[in-house]
Design a protein around this ligand. Structure first.
Ligand SMILES: Nc1nc2c(ncn2[C@@H]2O[C@H](COP(=O)(O)OP(=O)(O)OP(=O)(O)O)[C@@H](O)[C@H]2O)c(=O)[nH]1
Ligand SMILES: [Mg+2]
Length: 354
C-alpha cells in the first residue's frame, strides 16, 4: 500500500482586543465608557474536495493562517471579525494531531467539513464593564489567541491510471516524464520488478496517480516473465494506458503485441480487459516505418479506443496524453471550485511541457 503523508501547520486568527475609551461630547462633561469589543478571529476548516486526488498541493504550501479579528474602537465600535479559510483536501484523507498522534477526523465524503482550528474570541471593551455603581470602568480584555496546531495528513494512494504493455515499451520512461517518480529505466526487458506510483500534476493544478507495473509477455498468466500478479495493482484504476512500442527496435509487430497483452489482461480478469483504455504508440522518434504506427491506429479505431502517439525522448504527444488521462480520472473542473482555494500555490510548469 502506498501512503501519501504530509505535515501542515494551521493557525486560526487571534481575537481582537477590547477597547478602552470614554465618550467625549460637547457640553457633556463626563461621557460614559464607549470602548467596543474586539472581533473574533477566523477559523481554519478542512474540506474534502474531489478536485484533489493526492496531498501534493500541501507540499508547496504547508501553512494555513486565518485572519485575526480587528481591535474594538471608541464610540462602541466593535472590531471586524477575521475571515475564516477553507483548506481543500482529498476525500480519504485522515487527519492526525502531529503532536499527540491522536486521530481527529477521517474524510469519507466530498463536501465533508471539519473545523480544525477555532478562531480566538474578541476581548470585551470597557463599555461592557459599566454598572450602576461602576460608571467609569477602565477594565477591558485582550482577545484570546486562535488555535494553533500541526496536523499530519495521511492518504492511501490508489492509482487512477495503470500503465500496461510489453517489457521495454517505455512505461517507466513515460512516468518519469510526467511525474516526479524516478523508476529504473533500461533497454532490457523486466527492468521494473515492483510497481511504483507517480503523481501527475495538471496545468490547472490538479493531480492524479499513475501506476507503473512490470511488463507482460505472452503466457504471463501461466507465470512467464514476471507473471500477471502485478495486475492487481491496476485492477481498481479508472483507466488503463496500453503502451505499444512502434519503433523497429522491438523486433515485433505492434498489432500483435497489442493483441497479446489484451489476451493476458483478459486471462487475469475479464473486467480488467474491459476497462476504459487509451492506446499509446511509444518511441515515435525511433519509428522509421509509418506503417507500424498506422496499423496500430487502425486497430484502435476498430475497437473504438482513443489513440495517442508519443515520444518520451522529444516530449511529443505527452501533453495531449496527460490531458486525456486527466479528463478520464478527474471530476470535471467547473469554473467555480467547490471550495475557496486561494491558498494553494500557483501551478508549477510541468517538466513534460518544456
Ligand atoms: N527512442 C526512444 N526510446 C525510448 C522512449 N521511451 C523509452 N525508451 C527506451 O526504451 C527502453 C525501455 O524503457 P523503459 O521505460 O524501461 O520500459 P518499460 O516499459 O518500463 O520496461 P519494463 O520495466 O522492463 O517493463 C529504455 O532504453 C528507454 O530509454 C522513447 O520515447 N524513444
Ligand atoms: Mg519499467
Amino acid at each position: 500500500m502506498f501512503i501519501d503523508e504530509v505535515t501542515i501547520y494551521v493557525k486560526a486568527g487571534d481575537g481582537g482586543n477590547g477597547c478602552l475609551a470614554f465618550r467625549r461630547e460637547k457640553f457633556v462633561p463626563r461621557g460614559g465608557p464607549s470602548g467596543g469589543d474586539g472581533g473574533r478571529g477566523g477559523d481554519v476548516t478542512l474540506v474534502a474536495s474531489e478536485h484533489y486526488n493526492t496531498l501534493l498541493h500541501f507540499r508547496f504550501n504547508p501553512e494555513y493562517k486565518a485572519e485575526r479579528g480587528r481591535h474594538g474602537e471608541g464610540s462602541n465600535r466593535k472590531g471586524r471579525e477575521g475571515a475564516s479559510i477553507d483548506v481543500p483536501t482529498p476525500v480519504g484523507t485522515v487527519v492526525y494531531d502531529a503532536a499527540t498522534g491522536e486521530m481527529l477526523h477521517d474524510f469519507t465524503q466530498a463536501g465533508d467539513r471539519f473545523l480544525v482550528a477555532r478562531g480566538g474570541k474578541g476581548g470585551r471593551g470597557n463599555a461592557r464593564f459599566a454598572t450602576s455603581t461602576h460608571q467609569a470602568p477602565t477594565e477591558h480584555e485582550d482577545g484570546r489567541p486562535g488555535d494553533e496546531l500541526r496536523l499530519r495528513l495521511e492518504l492511501k494512494l490508489l492509482a487512477d491510471v495503470g500503465l500496461v504493455g510489453f517489457p521495454n515499451a517505455g512505461k517507466s520512461t513515460l512516468i518519469s516524464r510526467i511525474s516526479a517518480a524516478r523508476p529504473k529505466i533500461a533497454d532490457y526487458p523486466f527492468t521494473t520488478l515492483e510497481p511504483s506510483l507517480g503523481v501527475v500534476r495538471t496545468h490547472d493544478d490538479r493531480t492524479f496517480v499513475v501506476a507503473d507495473i512490470p511488463g507482460l509477455i505472452e503466457g504471463a498468466h501461466e507465470g512467464h516473465g514476471l507473471g500477471t500478479q502485478f495486475l492487481k495493482h491496476v485492477e481498481r484504476t479508472r483507466v488503463l494506458a496500453h503502451l505499444v512500442d512502434v519503433s523497429e527496435s522491438s523486433g515485433r509487430d505492434p498489432v500483435h503485441d497489442f493483441e497479446i497483452v489484451m489476451h493476458e489482461l483478459a486471462s487475469f480478469s475479464e473486467e480488467l480487459a474491459k476497462k476504459p483504455m487509451l492506446v499509446v504508440a511509444t518511441k515515435l522518434d525511433a519509428a522509421q516505418d509509418p506503417k507500424r504506427v498506422k496499423s496500430l491506429k487502425a486497430l484502435a479505431r476498430k475497437r473504438a479506443l482513443p489513440f495517442f502517439q508519443i515520444s518520451s525522448v522529444t516530449g511529443e504527444g505527452l501533453e495531449a496524453l496527460m490531458r486525456a488521462m486527466a479528463e478520464r480520472v478527474l471530476a470535471p473542473s467547473s469554473g467555480t471550485p467547490d471550495v475557496q482555494d486561494s491558498t494553494v500555490a500557483p501551478a508549477r510548469k510541468n517538466r513534460a511541457s518544456k
